[in-house]
Write a new protein. Structure first.
Length: 350
């Protein structure tokens, strides 16, 4: 008999990964789901045989006895839901990425978690990919010498997909803290991602305490490296990570990193939350404490663009510098027409 009861907030496409993970766990029974859309919640509940359905997460928290909760909603709702869940004495939370859109929101969640003894992990599932796990072992074992430069190019906004790249960079190098950052942001269109305003282009350089740098590009113009390709260069070699696997290049030659992935990463990250809650691991590899560093780096890039100078860490807990630039008129829209990158068509940019 299952010893833990699970609930899910948000019935969008990513909820399938979380529902599948909880239903696959032998010690967990998924009992309830909530979404503001009655049609969406009924569709997902029918698909997976979930009996208890809600259109208000507050009602679900009040009526259900939940031990572990997945937050599968859009980023701009994560803080409200996570804080409410912690205040409702839900002991374990797995939130989709990015955890929040500002350090202020992250720290609200952290404060609620610490006050209520809630364990919160963030769905940066690449930390469970076999290629990343094996790549980390190789890097920490000295296979590329001293790490020097991590480079990644992505699209869809710095917070949306760039958050994965910064998280992978830190994971491969055992989560070094940032020292300073410099960044640039361009926003000529009224661009949004799931209703949150984002930039058109962004690039940043981040210095880490281990002496390495992170170079992150988002939506940069051609010519550009392929999306979702990452390289970590060191004094003695290079690790290349893609969506298909990893490859190591050093004095011993070029070799594919063998890393079997027999279990879905969503199942692995959910299982590790249960293990953390029950004391079988000291901390989830995606614990909120570590993820705060990812959000801090992203906010540091935005803050550097806002003040037109380098920024040093740690940063003060404040609202989003990108939102501040937009609200203050520092990023005026020159191509009219508000749009969301997940909804077509997009305006022409001549």
């Amino acid at each position: 008999m299952a010893s833990l009861r699970a609930g899910v907030v948000g019935a969008g496409s990513i909820s399938r990964r979380h529902i599948t993970a909880w239903q696959a766990h032998p010690d967990v029974e998924l009992t309830c789901i909530a979404d503001i859309s009655e049609q969406a919640v009924n569709s997902r509940a029918d698909e997976f045989g979930i009996s208890n359905r809600y259109t208000r997460f507050a009602d679900m928290f009040r009526k259900e006895d939940i031990d572990v909760l997945s937050i599968c909603t859009w980023m701009n709702t994560h803080a409200e839901i996570a804080v409410a869940a912690a205040e409702a004495d839900i002991p374990g939370i797995l939130s989709e990425k990015p955890l929040a859109g500002s350090l202020e929101e992250v720290d609200r969640i952290l404060d609620a978690a610490e006050r209520n003894g809630t364990r919160i992990a963030v769905g940066h599932h690449h930390r469970f990919r076999g290629a990343c796990v094996k790549g980390r072992e190789l890097v920490l074992g000295g296979a590329i010498g001293q790490p020097v430069l991590f480079h990644g190019h992505t699209s869809g906004g710095l917070l949306n997909n760039g958050t994965h790249f910064v998280d992978i960079a830190r994971y491969l190098m055992d989560d070094p803290e940032p020292v300073w950052a410099i960044g640039q942001v361009v926003r000529h269109t009224d661009r949004h991602e799931r209703h949150d305003p984002i930039e058109d282009l962004c690039a940043g350089i981040v210095a880490l305490e281990n002496g390495a740098r992170i170079l992150i590009e988002s939506d940069m113009p051609e010519p550009a490296p392929p999306d979702n390709a990452m390289t970590l260069q060191g004094t003695g070699g290079t690790l290349v990570v893609t969506s298909k696997g990893a490859r190591l290049l050093n004095d011993e030659g070029c070799q594919d990193v063998e890393a079997a992935q027999e279990t879905d990463v969503g199942i692995l990250q959910a299982a590790e939350l249960v293990d953390w809650m029950e004391g079988r691991v000291d901390e989830h590899r995606n614990a909120i404490r570590k993820n705060r560093g990812v959000i801090e780096i992203l906010m540091g890039i935005y803050e550097s663009a806002r003040i037109r100078d380098t920024v040093t860490f740690p940063l003060a807990s404040r609202p989003s510098p990108l939102h501040r630039m937009i609200d203050d008129g520092d990023l005026p829209v020159t191509v009219p027409g508000k749009y969301d990158i997940r909804i077509k068509p997009q305006p022409d940019q001549d």
